[in-house]
Design a binder for this molecule. Structure first.
Ligand code: FES
Length: 116
């Protein structure tokens, strides 16, 4: 299984997903790339992208409440670190994909591992 907590941005293909104006501080944006549902967050000016799918029971993770850089699944309360996708509490035991982000020419780009 691919370890999404160790995605190397240098081994990613970056895809433009939004303009920086669409995701200002405190915002979250739901996007889809190649049928992958992803949520983009701007937390204190830093951009994070995670899968919009809880690893516990496929809950809509992106609808969860943020606690700093952690997200709390709205279904059963599992917590994940949005920078790494690491599962921090039960009932989730499997990490979720957390993708690298960057800004190029006012566009937000999300990186996907090449060949994944
Ligand atoms: S579906 Fe997310 S904690 Fe159960």
């Amino acid at each position: 299984m691919y370890d999404y907590t160790k995605i190397n941005p240098k081994e990613c293909e970056f895809v433009p997903v939004a303009s920086v104006d669409e995701i200002v501080e405190g915002d979250r944006l739901y996007i889809e790339v190649d049928e992958l549902a992803i949520v983009l967050f701007n937390v204190a000016g830093r951009l994070f992208a995670i899968a919009d799918l809880c690893s516990h029971d496929d809950g809509p993770l992106g609808d969860g409440e943020l606690d700093g850089d952690k997200i709390i699944c709205p279904r059963h309360g599992a917590r994940f670190e949005i920078s790494s996708g690491k599962a921090l509490s039960l009932p989730a035991i499997v990490d979720i994909p957390a993708y690298p982000t960057r800004v190029v020419d006012n566009r937000v780009e999300v990186g996907f591992p090449i060949g994944d």
